[in-house]
Design a binder for this molecule. Structure first.
Ligand code: ADP
Ligand code: ADP
Ligand code: MG
Length: 540
């Protein structure tokens, strides 16, 4: 909205009354005299009816034709189409029969483990991995229930669960003149609940020959639906023994720009959104396949307002501070800023951090450094978790698959419990603030130095003070010792952290250390008595 010349309000925060309401969007486009609509990458971006509505209204939909969206919208239909085009598809059953006994027999023939998938699914929802024949019926029933409620379509397909799976996807582009090329691959194997967490390009272990071979299959897939614009062909690869030509299978096509497109922009230097507009305006693709550049390595992390230490629960609330480093090779795409509120109405994504480097190690170092220097105060974030991922040895060594995060969860989320050094940093900040409040300003010209006011705490004549605080929901006592060098603060023997950033807000001090937040407040003894200490009025 800030970059736009004009903005039109389309409705309240509930997506169903605004971003998902085709009538309102088309009315807004008409009102503004817009000749095209870019649908972004959520909401109606893969909705064939919306694309059709735009077309009917004489407004260009920046994306493929409604027919192409429809052809790829259902995973079972798309797989059947790909099979016909000679693109390898994941072994399994993707026909029309939905009788549980029949599907169970198919699962047995495919061989366990299998994956039951909602045909209309997306966003990692509507999937069940089944290990044993005996568990099939229950898994099928619950998958169909979820598919019906989430996508309004209970139909499923059955796939072989690929051992040691790697998610490798190809960025494709088509124009209205029959041209189609690919812009290389992205490796999105670091996932949680089948959703991407970190994406990179090129894929570790990918050779130029292999890229050309799979890229050709991806382009063939796009051509079967006369694809126009930006799209992604997702493959599942068998990672056992490294990537290999006969270990790739088509999984699905996303008929839109992806969240992770900046990774491709990083290694190609191209602007994919610009390409989308050019293609929609009827221009030819700006480059031929052999002209597509590939330089260095790029990696993206999705920064979320969520709490890795509490099962990644979304963490809503006001962003007391949001700051990103301005470091070399770093790009930050952010939709919010300091003072904004993370609401439950949308995906709690705060930003994407994309690092580019000459080598994979340099890109990952830059990403990890940037994540650790990022300040998210207020809601908790996954910055520390993402940094730990970017630094993880096995991942660095290229030894990973889609199970990596689950297998290493405890190490990645860090030791739960109080960060004493961060708590001490927060206590020192609170003390300075209290001192500044209590101390009478001696000279109105110079602001009071909190350390001059140490006397204010010597009410009992003692040189030590116990400051009751609540840090990260835990009641602890900060020790304050007054010596020749002023006040020394410690929590359970640990002094303030040298690498911490303290953000003071009216309600608390937020200490950020290596991407992890510790919220520190003075313990209000009156509140203690009503049993509400440290909860900030929130029900956890
Ligand atoms: P990708 O495959 O590129 O990761 P996703 O399928 O996860 O993309 O969806 C793209 C983004 O749009 C995600 O952040 C997702 O949560 C968001 N999104 C998709 N559909 C909706 C919707 N109906 N309402 C709100 N957010 C949505
Ligand atoms: P969605 O529409 O939700 O993105 P996908 O079919 O793309 O669904 O699958 C999402 C993720 O689930 C993949 O990125 C991959 O990690 C995992 N997955 C899907 N199919 C398989 C399979 N056959 N074997 C192993 N993992 C799979
Ligand atoms: Mg997918």
């Amino acid at each position: 909205v800030k970059s736009a010349d004009e903005a039109v309000a389309i409705g309240p925060p509930q997506a169903s009354e605004s971003y998902l309401d085709a009538d309102k969007l088309i009315a807004a486009a008409r009102e503004a005299g817009a000749d095209c609509i870019h649908p972004g990458y959520g909401f109606l971006s893969e909705n064939a009816d919306f694309a059709q509505r735009c077309h009917d209204a004489g407004i260009a939909f920046i994306g493929p034709s409604p027919d192409a969206i429809r052809a790829m919208g259902l995973k079972d239909r798309a797989k059947a189409l790909m099979e016909k085009a000679g693109v390898p598809v994941v072994p399994g059953y993707h026909g029309d029969q939905q009788d549980p006994t029949f599907l169970k027999r198919k699962a047995y023939e495919i061989g366990y483990p299998v994956l039951i998938k909602a045909a209309a699914g997306g966003g990692g929802k509507g999937m069940r991995r089944v290990e044993r024949h005996a568990d099939f019926e229950d898994a099928l029933a619950s998958c169909m229930r979820e598919a019906q409620s989430a996508f309004g379509d209970a139909r499923v397909l059955i796939e072989k669960y690929i051992a040691s799976p790697r998610h490798i996807e190809f960025q494709v582009f088509g124009d209205k003149h029959g041209n189609a090329i690919h812009l290389g691959e992205r490796d999105c194997s670091l996932q949680r609940r089948h959703q991407k967490v970190i994406e990179e390009a090129p894929a570790p272990g990918m050779s130029a020959d292999l890229r050309a071979a799979i890229g050709e299959a991806a382009v063939a897939a796009a051509r079967t639906v006369d694809y126009v614009g930006a799209g992604t062909i997702e493959f599942i690869a068998d990672g056992v023994g490294g990537l290999k030509p006969d270990g790739f299978w088509f999984m699905e096509m996303n008929t839109r720009l992806q969240v992770e497109h900046p990774v491709t922009e990083g290694v190609t230097g191209l602007d994919l959104v610009e390409w989308q507009f050019r293609v929609a305006a009827g221009e030819k693709l700006p480059l031929r396949q052999d002209q597509v550049p590939l330089t260095g390595h790029a990696v993206e992390a999705r920064l979320y307002a969520e709490d890795p230490e509490r099962s990644f629960l979304p963490s809503t609330g006001k962003l007391v501070a949001l700051r990103f480093p301005d470091s070399q090779g770093l790009r930050v795409d952010s939709g919010v800023e300091t003072g904004d509120t993370v609401t439950p109405f949308y995906d709690p994504m705060i930003a994407k951090l994309i690092a580019h480097g000459d080598t994979r190690d340099q890109a990952l170092d830059r990403l990890a450094d940037a994540l650790e220097a990022t300040v998210v105060a207020g809601p908790r974030s996954n910055a520390g978790f993402l940094a730990a991922l970017a630094r993880a040895d096995a991942f660095r060594g290229g030894d990973f698959d889609t199970g990596f995060i689950d297998a290493n969860l405890a190490a990645l989320t860090g030791a739960p419990g109080l960060d004493r050094a961060a708590a001490a940093s927060g206590a020192r900040e609170l003390l300075q603030r209290e001192a500044a409040r209590i101390a009478p300003a001696r000279d109105p010209e110079t602001p009071p130095s909190p350390w001059d006011a140490g006397d204010g705490f010597q009410l009992s004549g003692a040189r030590r003070l116990a400051l009751p605080i609540v840090a990260d929901g835990e009641s602890v006592v900060a020790e304050v010792a007054y010596g020749a060098n002023g006040a020394m603060v410690s929590v359970e023997g640990e002094g303030p952290a040298a690498d911490a950033v303290a953000v003071a807000a009216p309600d608390a001090v937020y200490v950020l250390r290596r991407g992890r937040q510790t919220k520190v407040t003075l313990r209000d003894l009156a509140l203690d008595q009503v049993g509400d200490a440290g909860q900030g009025g929130l029900v956890r």
